[in-house]
Structures are given as structure tokens and as C-alpha cells.
Write a protein that binds this ligand. Structure first.
Ligand code: COA
Length: 340
């Protein structure tokens, strides 16, 4: 029986730190408001908003290099790439192929996943199925985002722009037949597309007459279409319901209980959401990992970025039972429960 083991983890963020005070110079907001509502103190944004080198694929590449180093494997040994992002370098093609080229991998398959905040959980579930079927042995699973190029830093966008940051995380997921090795024990994925417009970016999309409107009536393309829009309260309420549901489902599928968990890594959407879920599950602080205070919400990157830091800081050890759960745009949500 093949097992899926996390052989190595990595992460990378652009150097440039943007504090809440920095944002307060650009829009009507305060450190107090942002801290109280979200827990975020700072985030990383690439220094130049229009940089064409520090891209989402570049961040993903740096995180992947660290993950491969920690896994002690080379780019030649990677036999598949799964790249989760909502902020790809091009409208198409996706970022998987760009990473294949940047890393100098063989002409392996490169799959893109676009499930936003749940992207990494979806990507891991696909990688797990590929490994368990015997199709691939070493899969690079990446989540990366450059949000800073596409946010509205005027007052109109302050409800969203203060939350998001740039960053990347990566995992080498490998096949193992070692009876002592860890394994992915349970996965669940969910969606509810009727809420697509509660958290979305509309443009460019086939529903919004992209080419004609850009060329014939560019002034009619509104900020509301170009920038992400979010019904914050609505998202919050659904998130705090769906997180406990998906975690309970994963634990039940694996025949485990909350008490068995050694670490819970929630998608870093908002510290208040994570704390609400922690309280509902009755988990002590040492069993929940949060780093949103330093990075903001990095969407598909948030879980692998937290995972990599948790490993680095010794918060996650071999043999530990780990649950990673996400909720976000779509709506989509799900969990991966594994023995690390
Ligand atoms: N600084 C200061 N004031 C702000 C602000 C900012 N950055 N953004 C919004 N406000 C104002 C609003 O204009 C509003 O003012 P009003 O009462 O005069 O109209 C007030 O603050 C309250 O706005 P509201 O949107 O109701 O705040 P909230 O308490 O719902 O908090 C979020 C907003 C976004 C922090 C919160 O809804 C949230 O975290 N939602 C979940 C979002 C999330 O996690 N998304 C990630 C996807 S998984």
C-alpha cells in the first residue's frame, strides 16, 4: 500500500514589509482597526507594484527550491507539479508550466488549481490521489500569490486591501512503502457556487465582455469589476460554520478525535476566524499554528507557508497528527488530515 508523505517543506516572501501604519498613510485606516478585526500587524508586498520579475511563479520557485532542499531531492526527480494560485503571472497559461521551466524540471505534467483560499487543500488532495494510484512518486505542491499588484489601495478598497499579502509555500509529497512512514489519512473537499460573487474578482472574465469593453469603452469598466470584492460579514459567518464541519468530517473519516490532534493549521484568513474555530474545537494554543500577524492572508500560499514555518520552529514533528483546513472564495472548503 503506497503512502503519501511530506518529504520537505519550504516558503518564501518578498523582502518588503508593509505595516498597518504604512497602509494608514495610503488610506483611511488605523493599526487599531486592522489589528482588532483581523489580527494582522504586517504583510509582505513586492517593493515595485509593477515588477515583472518578482512574480507569483518566482515566489513559488523560491519556496519550491527550499522544499526540495529539505526533501533532499533534485528538480530532475520531481515527476509532477501542482500549482495553486489565483494570481497567476499570465491570464493563461497557468503557473505550473512557468515553474517547470524555472526549476529546470523534465517535461513533466504541470497542473494548475484555482480554488483560491482552499487551493492548497485541493492541490494536496489531487497529489495524494496521484501518489496512491502509483502514477507519480515525487510531486511538488505549491501555493503562491502576488496580491499587491491587484488591490485597491484607495478608501473604497480598504475593507479588502488591508487583509491580503504576497507569499509562497511548497511541499514535496512523495510515495513511500515504509510501514513507519507518515501518510495522508483523510481528505474532504466541498463547494457552494451560489456564493461565487460574495468573494470574487470579475474582470477579465467571459461573463464581462473583456476585449470589447477594454478597447471600445474602457471608461465603463468599473473599479468594482477590476478589484476583488468581498462581503466580509457573510464570508466570516460561513467560514466559522464550515471550518468545524470539515475538520469533524476528516477526523471521523480517519477514526480520530479532536484530542488526537497534535497540530491544526487553518488557512490564515483572519485571526478572529481561527480563534473562533479553535474555541469551538476546544484546542489549546499550542495545538494551533497562526502566522497571519506577519503575512496577512496569502490565499493559496497561507497553509504551506504556515506549515513550513511550523516545521522550522519545531511545532510539527514526525509522527504528529496534523489537520490543515481551508475556507474561501467559491465558496470552497475542505481539509487534509495526515500523519506527519
Ligand atoms: N479601516 C477602517 N475602517 C474600515 C476598514 C479599514 N480598513 N474597512 C472597513 N472599514 C469600516 C467600514 O467602512 C464600516 O464603516 P461604517 O460602519 O461606517 O459603514 C466599518 O468599518 C465596519 O465594516 P464591516 O465590513 O462591517 O467590518 P467587519 O467587522 O465585518 O470587518 C472584515 C471586516 C473584512 C475584517 C471581516 O468582515 C472579515 O474578516 N471577514 C472575513 C473575511 C475573510 O476572512 N476573507 C478571506 C477569505 S477566506
Amino acid at each position: 500500500m503506497l503512502k503519501s508523505i511530506i518529504k520537505g517543506t519550504g516558503h518564501f516572501v518578498p523582502e518588503n514589509v508593509v505595516t498597518n501604519e504604512d497602509l494608514a498613510k495610503r488610506m483611511s485606516t488605523t493599526d487599531e482597526w486592522i489589528t482588532e478585526r483581523t489580527g494582522i500587524k504586517e504583510r509582505h508586498h513586492r517593493a515595485n507594484r509593477n515588477d515583472s520579475e518578482i512574480t507569483t511563479a518566482y515566489l513559488g520557485c523560491k519556496a519550491s527550491e527550499m522544499a526540495m532542499k529539505n526533501a533532499a531531492i533534485t528538480a530532475q526527480e520531481i515527476d509532477h507539479i501542482i500549482f495553486a494560485t489565483l494570481s497567476s503571472d499570465y491570464f493563461f497559461p497557468g503557473n505550473g508550466v512557468l515553474l517547470q521551466e524555472m526549476l529546470g524540471c523534465r517535461t513533466i505534467g504541470a497542473l494548475d488549481v484555482r480554488n483560491q483560499c482552499s487551493g492548497f487543500v485541493y492541490a494536496m488532495s489531487v497529489a495524494n490521489a496521484f501518489i496512491k494510484s502509483g502514477l507519480y512518486k515525487n510531486i511538488l505542491v505549491v501555493g503562491a500569490e502576488i496580491h499587491s499588484f491587484g488591490l485597491d489601495f484607495s478608501d473604497a478598497g480598504r475593507g479588502i486591501s488591508v487583509i491580503f499579502g504576497d507569499g509562497a509555500g511548497a511541499v514535496v509529497l512523495s510515495a513511500s512503502e515504509d510501514e513507519n512512514a507518515g501518510d495522508i489519512l483523510a481528505v474532504n473537499l466541498h463547494s457552494e457556487g451560489k456564493y461565487a460573487e460574495e468573494l470574487c474578482t470579475k474582470f477579465p472574465g467571459s461573463k464581462f465582455g473583456w476585449s470589447d469593453r477594454m478597447h471600445l469603452e474602457p471608461e465603463a469598466v468599473t473599479d468594482h469589476e477590476i478589484y476583488p470584492i468581498m462581503n466580509g460579514n457573510f464570508v466570516f459567518k460561513h467560514a466559522v460554520t464550515r471550518f468545524p464541519e470539515t475538520i469533524a468530517e476528516a477526523l471521523a473519516d480517519a477514526g480520530k478525535s479532536v484530542e488526537d490532534l497534535d497540530l491544526f493549521i487553518p488557512h490564515q484568513a483572519n485571526l478572529r476566524i481561527s480563534q473562533f474555530v479553535q474555541q469551538k474545537l476546544g484546542l489549546p494554543d499550542e495545538k494551533v499554528f497562526n502566522n497571519i500577524q506577519k503575512y496577512g492572508n496569502t490565499t493559496a500560499a497561507s497553509i504551506p507557508l504556515a506549515l513550513s514555518e511550523a516545521v522550522e520552529q519545531g511545532r510539527l514533528k514526525r509522527g504528529d497528527l496534523l489537520c490543515m483546513s481551508a475556507f474561501g472564495s467559491g465558496f470552497t472548503w475542505g481539509s487534509v488530515l495526515l500523519n506527519y
